[in-house]
Design a protein around this ligand. Sequence first.
Ligand SMILES: *[C@@H]1O[C@H](CO)[C@@H](O)[C@H](O)[C@H]1NC(C)=O
Ligand SMILES: *[C@@H]1O[C@H](CO)[C@@H](O)[C@H](O)[C@H]1NC(C)=O
Length: 382
Amino acid sequence: MVPFRLISVVLFFTAVVSILSPPFSLGIRYFPTSGGNGGLLLRFSEAPEYRNGAECAISGDKTSSSCDRSLVHIAMTLDREYLRGSVAAVHSVLKHASCPNNVFFHFIAAEFDSASPRVLAQLVRSTFPSLRFKVYIFREDTVINLISSSIREALENPLNYARNYLGDILDPCVDRVIYLDSDVVVVDDIRKLWNITLTGSRVIGAPEYCHANFTNYFTDGFWSDSVISRVFRSRKPCYFNTGVMVMDLVRWREGNYRKRIEYWMEVQKKKRIYDLGSLPPFLLVFGGNVEAIDHRWNQHGLGGDNVRGSCRSLHPGPVSLLHWSGKGKPWVRLDEGKPCPLDSLWEPYDLICKPKYLENSSPLSSPSIMIDGPRSSYYLLR
Ligand SMILES: *[C@@H]1O[C@H](CO)[C@@H](O)[C@H](O)[C@H]1NC(C)=O
Ligand SMILES: *[C@@H]1O[C@H](CO)[C@@H](O)[C@H](O)[C@H]1NC(C)=O
């Protein structure tokens, strides 16, 4: 349980920010002041320090600029529920990167997470003292009206949709990003994934699974509507998993792909064309037109087949990234003492200290707030 004091402080804090931040007009940049970590229940031990090898390009300043050409950009969401997974994922990337100091993380946190974005940022900082990262605050009202109500109660965390907005959220100088879900570990040099070529005018790269029955990702209502289902007429779409994607943000922004995805979310609101949440709009826009990356970069489904207690084994072939998609998460199963065999591959990246309530947590002092010019509906936490 979150101590009540934290909830009230967070509410107060976001209220202050909202008053100063009319939607879609101003961005707010605010700076954390020093202090305790606000009563957060999870504690992580500091990760070992990983350093660049001699062959690495020397990247410029070690501070906050994300415009350095030698950087590998990774975007992930950061929230209380998956925090332990996110920390393990970051740890795994650093451990296997040939140039860990050249990796830049862009974390997207929800405005109303039960742990405030500021607290999450402090936690990342204390776990990875030399990590280069930014935390952006995602305003739920950006998507809340686009999420169709029938689905929302089932699985709809607005943060699932943050990947639709990376082109808007990240600095314009970031022209490529790797999006990663929080339930992955990377066991290879991330720069190999970063280096793939997106041929032609392709906007995203991801492993494709053409043997999966594509029909099942959409409703009968979709397939029986000849106008709507015409979207696939000139393509041969294959399923791909949106938990690992290489995204060309220049093409994304130029082609206004956010709007294209939102278009299908609007259609879904009027007529139920799919049952899952954030994935089908990506299939509609990109299916049959993604750069097919080697399957080693997304060994997914390790969370089980959406059945509690079901364990998966690895697909044949080499592995560069393990993905616990599905209902079961390795940290939960490990804590329950009922891990799946492959959860032992996640465990070495876990940095959790035993959960404990923080005694003497000092209330958050009010942050200093600075208005920072137009930046649509996102604001940046440093
Ligand atoms: C990635 O590409 C760069 C530039 O072309 C090259 O120097 C580097 O060796 C590549 N790294 C990997 C791991 O493929
Ligand atoms: C795919 O699934 C649909 C609906 O469940 C079924 O009618 C169709 O025959 C399947 N296609 C293949 C190739 O298995």
